[in-house]
Design a protein around this ligand. Sequence first.
Ligand SMILES: [Zn+2]
Length: 340
Amino acid sequence: MPVVWSDRCLLHEPLEEIWVGVPTPAAETPARALAIRDALDARMVEAEPHPDEALLAVHDGELLAYLASAWQEWEGAELPDDPGQGRVVPYVFAHRELGARRTPTAVWARPGWFAYDTMTLVGPGTWEAARAAADAALTAVDLVVAGEPVAYACTRPPGHHVTRSAYGGSCYLNNSAIAASALLDGVEGPVAVLDIDAHHGNGTQEIFRGRDDVRTGSVHVDPGAGWFPHFLGFADESDGANLNLPLAPGSGDEPWLEAVAELARWAAGAAGLVVALGVDAAATDPESPLTASPAAFREAGRLLGELSVPTVVVQEGGYDLGTLGELVRSALLGLEEGRA
Ligand SMILES: [Zn+2]
């Protein structure tokens, strides 16, 4: 299957995450994309630029305009020199109880209108990389609409935690949602987004909430057990167009694959599929307590491949550089086997 790639995805260098007020090394690094690329021997396709309209189908223009200019604003206000913060990071938040009606004037207050955590820093190459990731997802959609059965977009930074107008969770643009919206225009019937990243695809769920043309399903570690995205991902958010399957920390192959199988059964009848492929449910991954094996990723791919509809695979999380590439490769091999 074609692998869509852009060198521009490497330009985002968050360096750090601010976790409980403390700078910690960033887990979402350019090395992730390179580790995946190096493990795949498939045909590489360069991501093609796409117009903003494809992004505006799922995001507010205000968010796009902010992300496009956030770093220049921050640098222009000399915040990297004084107080010495070299990345855009919020210190106040537009909590819903404030009843806030307008974006702030101060450059240092503005990220708090758009960001919902302190883990998702913006630097000099962030917008270009996020935009390139969206272009990669859209190029994969183009390939599938043109007749490829499956296309994989090696997107980075990831996207599934971004809502219509708020970014967070190391994500800036919701690549899977952008792909789903574009795929909807290219197939006859509803599209399903199935998210097997270890963390709930809260952004995708909220972007498509209340719509019956894009169904969103997610298997993930139970946010009620203390895991990101904390506020969302509970089973009782499920409705006809959304299915959440939270798993207890420590869950391994059997419950994880049963949940993936349930997602696939639930999505049957969709005319197109977007797989939000995070591989951080692996036992080797430091960012989640799920314990799936490499073989389980191959089997998960097979279960999703059996849907045999036009399929766009969008990379989400996965943080163990030693196993990341092989896990993605296993899932993609499984997808091809499932379709055969
Ligand atoms: Zn994740």
